[in-house]
Design a protein. Structure first.
Length: 104
């Protein structure tokens, strides 16, 4: 990782990411939504561990996504990490996109 801020951000959040992963009990085909993803952590770490699953990183900041996208390419995670610029109060996704069936 060539960006020192990206390295620092990843290290700051290591304990939180590990706790989230332990609690979530993800499987290799899980689909994860990371709200307020910023520069891509914990989305990148989760994408690394998923296998064929995917992570949708949602944030309103385009600048953060540029860093996350660059890092995803360096790690070979382009097919696992999808960046979506949007407001967390108006998420433009449906349960169908996550393979979830909900009865209302």
């Amino acid at each position: 990782m060539s960006n020192p801020w990206a390295i620092a951000a990843a290290e700051w959040n290591t304990a939180m990411t590990e706790a989230l992963l332990a609690a979530a009990k993800l499987n290799p085909i899980s689909v994860v939504l990371d709200l307020a993803s910023g520069s891509g952590e914990p989305a990148l770490t989760i994408a690394e561990r998923l296998g064929t699953g995917r992570v949708i990183a949602l944030d309103s900041s385009l600048t953060g996504f540029q860093l996350a996208d660059s890092r995803a390419r360096q790690l070979g995670l382009e097919s696992n990490l999808h960046c979506l610029q949007a407001d967390a109060h108006a998420i433009p996704l449906t349960t169908r996109q996550f393979g979830i069936r909900c009865a209302v």
